[in-house]
Design a binder for this molecule. Structure first.
Ligand code: NAD
Length: 477
C-alpha cells in the first residue's frame, strides 16, 4: 500500500468504515453505520476472488465473426453500417424492440451477403438471438439499464460481447460482468470509442514513451449540452436518458473522459484506482425545463419535481501510483463540447479541449504547429498509421468509431487479447454509482473496487502498434 493511501485511510477513517478489511462483505462495524444509498457502499465493499484472468486473454481465432446487434436506435444503427464495411464479418441478426428500427438498420448494411435476420417480436426477443448457434459476437447498443443483463446472458450462451457505454449502472452488475466473463472465458468489451480518438492515442503513445515523465495529474470529462434532446422523443427510445437524469445524482457518463486517461495511467495494468470523492452542483436547469415542457405536453408532468441530478458533477480519483484524476460531467449547460483530456506530467503537458489538441514542455506556451506536427509524425501509434486515414473516410465521430470497430473485429479474427477488457469496462463504469454515493454523503470518499482482484500488478498494457494482427481489410461500400 502506498504512503498516500495509508495516510488517506488514517485521515478519512475509511478503515473504520470497514471498507478495506477482510475478503468477504464488510464487517459488523460498518454495517451498523448507515449512510444514504447504503446499498452502493455495501456492494463496493464486497471482496471477490478471480477465477480466471481475462486481461491479456486470447480466445481462439474466429476467421468470420458472426454478429448479432441488439438495440439499433441512433447509435446501434450507425454501428451496423460501419461494421458492414469490415472484412470477415457476417451480420446474422438485428434485434430491436421497435420493428421499424430493426428494418431501418438492416437497410444501412453497405455490403452484400449478410443474412441479418430480424428479431423484433417483443422486449425479450434478444434472448432468442443470444441462444442461437449462429453468433460469435453480440453487439449491444440499447439504453444503459439493459447493458449488463444482455451482456451476461449472451456470455452465458457462449458469445463474446461488445457493448455501449457505460457497461453497467450498479456496482453489483459491474462484478457480475467480471465474474461471468471470467467463468465463461468470453470477452466483454465496453465500446469506449474515445480511446481511439487520434489525439488521445497520440498522448497515450507519448506517455508510454516517457515524454510526459511521471504523470502527476489527468483530467477528463463529458461536457455536452444535450438538454433539449432529453425531451425529444425522436432522439431516444422512451425518454430513457431523461429518466436516468431524473433519478440519479452523480457522474452518469464517466467513461468518455476516464477511459483514455486510465489507459495513460496504466489502470488495471500496473496501476489501479484507489478511491474517489464526488461533488455536485444543484440542478439549475433540468427541473425548470421539465416544468416548461409539461405546460404543453402532459407526458412530462411525471418528471416535474423529480430529484434531478445536479448539472455539474466533479469527481476526484487517486490512483495507486499517486497520480490524480479529475472528472467532470455536465450535459445541460450551454457551453462548447469538451472531454478536456488533459495530461500533466513532470516533463510535459497536453490538453485537447478547447480544440485543437495542444502540447507544452514548459510554462511559457504551447508548442507551435510545426513542432507539434513533428511530434505527431514520430509518436503516432501503429494502429493510427494502419487504419487512421480509412477510418476518417468511413467516419463515426471523425473516425474513432470505425477504428474501434475494426480493431475489435481484427482482434477476434486473429485471436488477440482485447484492448479494453472486462476489468476496464467495470472499473470505468463503476464511477457512476460510486459518485452517486459520494454526492449523497457530503462528498465522502469511497473505495473503488479492484475488479482485477490484485492481477493489476502483473497485467500488461494493450498493444497500440499492431505488433500482431492488423490483417483485416476494409470493404468498399
Ligand atoms: N459511444 C458514443 O459515442 C455513444 C454515442 C451515443 C450513444 N451511445 C450509447 O449507445 C446506447 C444507445 O444510445 P442511443 O442514443 O442510440 O439510444 P436509442 O434510444 O436511440 O437506442 C436504443 C435502442 O434500443 C432499443 N431497445 C430498447 N429496449 C430494447 C429491448 N428490450 N430489446 C431490443 N431493443 C431494445 C430501442 O428501441 C432503441 O432503438 C447508450 O448506451 C448510449 O450511452 C454511445
Amino acid at each position: 500500500m502506498g504512503t498516500n493511501r495509508r495516510s488517506f485511510l488514517k485521515l478519512s477513517g475509511l478503515a473504520g468504515f470497514g471498507l478495506i478489511t477482510g475478503c468477504q462483505q464488510q464487517g459488523a462495524d460498518s454495517a451498523s453505520k448507515s449512510t444514504a444509498l447504503d446499498h452502493i457502499r455495501a456492494e463496493a465493499a464486497k471482496k471477490y476472488t478471480s477465477v480466471f484472468n481475462m486481461s491479456g486473454y486470447a480466445a481462439p481465432k474466429i476467421p468470420t465473426v458472426r454478429i448479432g446487434f441488439i438495440g439499433v436506435g441512433n447509435r446501434g444503427a450507425a454501428a451496423v453500417e460501419r461494421v458492414s464495411r469490415i472484412e470477415g464479418v457476417a451480420i446474422n441478426g438485428i434485434c430491436d424492440v421497435r420493428p421499424e428500427k430493426a428494418a431501418a438498420a438492416k437497410e444501412r448494411i453497405k455490403t452484400p451477403d449478410h443474412v441479418a435476420k430480424i428479431y423484433a417480436a417483443g422486449p425479450d426477443d434478444w434472448k432468442k438471438m443470444c441462444e442461437q448457434e449462429e453468433y460469435d459476437l453480440i453487439y449491444i447498443a440499447t439504453h444503459w439499464k439493459l447493458h449488463a443483463e444482455m451482456a451476461i446472458y449472451a456470455m452465458e450462451h457462449g458469445k463474446h460481447v461488445a457493448m455501449e457505454i457505460p457497461a453497467a449502472t450498479t456496482v453489483a452488475d459491474c462484478w457480475r460482468l467480471v465474474q461471468t466473463s471470467e467463468k465463461t472465458k468470453k470477452h466483454c468489451v465496453m465500446l469506449e470509442n474515445c480511446c481511439y480518438d487520434y489525439f488521445e492515442l497520440l498522448t497515450l503513445n507519448l506517455a508510454r514513451q516517457g515524454f510526459f515523465g511521471d504523470i502527476v495529474h489527468c483530467e477528463g470529462g463529458y461536457l455536452h449540452d444535450i438538454l433539449d434532446s432529453f425531451f425529444d422523443e425522436t432522439k431516444r427510445y422512451d425518454f430513457w436518458r431523461l429518466k436516468e437524469n431524473a433519478a440519479r445524482n452523480g457522474n452518469l457518463y464517466p467513461t468518455h473522459g476516464l477511459g483514455p486517461v486510465c489507459q495513460i495511467l496504466n489502470v488495471n495494468r500496473g496501476n489501479k484506482m484507489e478511491y474517489m470523492s464526488s461533488m455536485a452542483s444543484r440542478d439549475f436547469m433540468l427541473n425548470k425545463k421539465a416544468k416548461e415542457m409539461a405546460k404543453t405536453d402532459p407526458r412530462f408532468e411525471e418528471y416535474v419535481d423529480k430529484p434531478f441530478r445536479g448539472n455539474m458533477n466533479i469527481s476526484n480519483i487517486l490512483t495507486n501510483s499517486g497520480s490524480t484524476i479529475m472528472l467532470q460531467h455536465d450535459v445541460s449547460s450551454p457551453r462548447p463540447y469538451s472531454r478536456i483530456h488533459m495530461v500533466s506530467g513532470t516533463q510535459a503537458f497536453a490538453q485537447k479541449y478547447p480544440l485543437p489538441g495542444k502540447i507544452a514542455v514548459g510554462h511559457d506556451d504551447f508548442m507551435p504547429a510545426d513542432e507539434l506536427a513533428k511530434l505527431e509524425e514520430r509518436y503516432t501509434p501503429g494502429i493510427v498509421k494502419r487504419i487512421g486515414q480509412l477510418a476518417k473516410e468511413i467516419g463515426g465521430h471523425g473516425g474513432m468509431d470505425f477504428m474501434m470497430d475494426w480493431r475489435l473485429i481484427d482482434c477476434l479474427r486473429n485471436g488477440l487479447p482485447m484492448d479494453m477488457d472486462v476489468y476496464d469496462a467495470a472499473s470505468w463504469s463503476v464511477i457512476g454509482p460510486l459518485s452517486e454515493w459520494s454526492v449523497a454523503n457530503g462528498s465522502q470518499p469511497i473505495e473503488i473496487p479492484d475488479f482485477t482482484c490484485d492481477n493489476w500488478k502483473n497485467n500488461k498494457v494493450h498493444d497500440i502498434n499492431l505488433t500482431a494482427g492488423g490483417t483485416t481489410g476494409v470493404l468498399k461500400s
